[in-house]
Design a protein around this ligand. Structure first.
Ligand code: TYD
Length: 134
């Protein structure tokens, strides 16, 4: 599955911590877009899509949430609960996000602008595209 956890270097001192994200350094792509999900209601599950051609780096800058990641063959659950690491998702990966804590701020960096055509929102269609891809 084309996913990877990236640990960020913390610039910490007696005042606290700081993390810098830099395009093509610790963020392994050109950053065209940043969005963040917050104020997610209890028991909400969102996502339910895959991207045809998009690199994304998801960082829980506050609180926690979980990802279900599915490449059509294997499923994996990952919890993001620290601003010190990011989840890189590339390729055809179906994702669902759930168990958002009340204080969760999920920030996502992406290598392209929002493009509705890039979304696969139907799971059967996703499986077909995975089969065609391999
Ligand atoms: P949606 O795709 O439903 O979020 P998710 O799949 O992550 O749960 O996005 C919610 C709305 O926001 C939808 O109308 C599309 C819009 N949107 C943008 O305009 N730009 C963006 O970068 C994103 C991610 C969503």
């Amino acid at each position: 599955m084309k996913i990877k956890l990236i640990d960020f270097t913390i610039m910490g001192d007696e005042r606290g911590s700081l993390i810098a994200l830099e395009e093509n350094h610790n963020v392994p792509f050109d950053v065209k877009r940043v969005y963040y999900i917050f104020g997610t209601k209890k028991d909400v599950r969102r996502g339910y899509h895959a991207h045809r051609d998009l690199k994304q780096l998801a960082i829980c800058t506050s609180g926690s949430c979980k990802f279900l990641l599915d490449d059509g063959q294997n499923k994996q659950h990952i919890e993001l609960n620290s601003p010190t690491h990011g989840l890189l998702i590339e390729g055809l990966v179906w994702r669902e996000m759930y168990d958002f804590s009340e204080d969760c701020v999920l920030m996502v960096l992406a290598d392209n602008y929002y493009t509705a055509n890039d979304y696969i929102r139907d799971y059967e269609q996703f499986l077909q595209e995975v089969a065609y891809d391999s």
